[in-house]
Design a protein around this ligand. Structure first.
Ligand SMILES: [Zn+2]
Length: 100
Protein backbone atom coordinates (compact mmCIF):
# COMPACT_ATOMS: atom_id res chain seq x y z
CA UNK A 1 0.00 0.00 0.00
CA UNK A 2 2.77 2.41 0.89
CA UNK A 3 4.39 1.65 -2.41
CA UNK A 4 1.38 2.72 -4.34
CA UNK A 5 1.44 6.11 -2.65
CA UNK A 6 4.95 7.11 -3.55
CA UNK A 7 4.96 5.27 -6.81
CA UNK A 8 2.50 5.86 -9.57
CA UNK A 9 0.12 8.74 -9.20
CA UNK A 10 -3.54 8.26 -9.65
CA UNK A 11 -5.41 10.05 -12.39
CA UNK A 12 -6.59 12.58 -9.82
CA UNK A 13 -3.22 14.28 -9.62
CA UNK A 14 -2.59 14.86 -13.28
CA UNK A 15 -5.13 15.79 -15.84
CA UNK A 16 -5.72 13.55 -18.77
CA UNK A 17 -6.63 14.72 -22.25
CA UNK A 18 -9.87 12.81 -21.83
CA UNK A 19 -10.90 15.21 -19.08
CA UNK A 20 -10.39 18.09 -21.43
CA UNK A 21 -12.60 16.37 -23.97
CA UNK A 22 -15.26 15.76 -21.38
CA UNK A 23 -15.19 19.37 -20.29
CA UNK A 24 -15.43 20.49 -23.89
CA UNK A 25 -18.40 18.23 -24.47
CA UNK A 26 -20.07 19.72 -21.43
CA UNK A 27 -19.54 23.23 -22.77
CA UNK A 28 -20.56 22.47 -26.35
CA UNK A 29 -24.34 22.72 -25.90
CA UNK A 30 -23.92 25.94 -23.91
CA UNK A 31 -21.65 27.52 -26.51
CA UNK A 32 -24.15 26.44 -29.16
CA UNK A 33 -26.67 28.83 -27.65
CA UNK A 34 -24.40 31.73 -28.64
CA UNK A 35 -24.50 33.25 -25.16
CA UNK A 36 -21.01 32.36 -23.98
CA UNK A 37 -18.41 35.10 -23.92
CA UNK A 38 -14.83 34.40 -24.90
CA UNK A 39 -12.73 33.58 -21.86
CA UNK A 40 -10.09 36.06 -23.00
CA UNK A 41 -12.37 38.99 -22.21
CA UNK A 42 -10.56 42.25 -22.97
CA UNK A 43 -7.80 40.33 -24.73
CA UNK A 44 -10.27 38.73 -27.12
CA UNK A 45 -9.19 39.08 -30.72
CA UNK A 46 -12.47 38.21 -32.38
CA UNK A 47 -14.85 40.91 -33.68
CA UNK A 48 -17.38 39.96 -31.01
CA UNK A 49 -16.80 38.77 -27.48
CA UNK A 50 -19.67 36.32 -27.73
CA UNK A 51 -18.80 33.02 -29.29
CA UNK A 52 -21.28 32.48 -32.11
CA UNK A 53 -22.75 28.99 -32.47
CA UNK A 54 -20.85 28.49 -35.71
CA UNK A 55 -17.58 29.96 -34.46
CA UNK A 56 -14.62 27.70 -33.98
CA UNK A 57 -13.73 27.55 -30.32
CA UNK A 58 -11.37 25.83 -27.95
CA UNK A 59 -11.39 25.25 -24.25
CA UNK A 60 -8.87 27.69 -22.85
CA UNK A 61 -6.81 26.94 -19.78
CA UNK A 62 -5.28 29.52 -17.45
CA UNK A 63 -1.95 30.73 -18.79
CA UNK A 64 0.42 33.68 -18.60
CA UNK A 65 -1.73 35.82 -20.86
CA UNK A 66 -5.01 35.12 -19.10
CA UNK A 67 -5.51 33.46 -15.72
CA UNK A 68 -9.28 33.13 -15.93
CA UNK A 69 -10.60 29.64 -15.15
CA UNK A 70 -10.93 27.10 -17.90
CA UNK A 71 -13.67 28.13 -20.27
CA UNK A 72 -14.43 28.34 -23.97
CA UNK A 73 -12.64 30.92 -26.06
CA UNK A 74 -12.45 31.62 -29.77
CA UNK A 75 -10.05 29.35 -31.56
CA UNK A 76 -8.23 32.38 -32.91
CA UNK A 77 -7.80 33.71 -29.36
CA UNK A 78 -6.58 30.33 -28.18
CA UNK A 79 -4.04 30.13 -30.98
CA UNK A 80 -2.93 33.71 -30.46
CA UNK A 81 -1.74 32.87 -26.97
CA UNK A 82 1.00 30.65 -28.24
CA UNK A 83 2.33 33.58 -30.21
CA UNK A 84 2.23 35.87 -27.20
CA UNK A 85 3.98 33.33 -25.06
CA UNK A 86 6.72 32.96 -27.60
CA UNK A 87 7.10 36.72 -27.92
CA UNK A 88 7.20 37.20 -24.16
CA UNK A 89 9.92 34.64 -23.73
CA UNK A 90 12.09 36.28 -26.34
CA UNK A 91 13.94 38.87 -24.29
CA UNK A 92 16.71 39.69 -26.70
CA UNK A 93 16.57 39.20 -30.43
CA UNK A 94 18.53 36.15 -31.34
CA UNK A 95 21.02 36.48 -34.07
CA UNK A 96 20.92 33.90 -36.75
CA UNK A 97 24.26 32.09 -36.86
CA UNK A 98 24.74 33.30 -40.40
CA UNK A 99 24.67 36.92 -39.21
CA UNK A 100 27.36 36.62 -36.60
ZN1 LIG B 1 -12.10 35.63 -28.27
Amino acid sequence: MARREDGTHTSLATEHPADHQTARSAWAPIVATGTVECRRGPACRAPALLIAPDDEWDLGDPDAACDAPRAPEHRQCNRATATWRRAAGRRTPELHPAHR
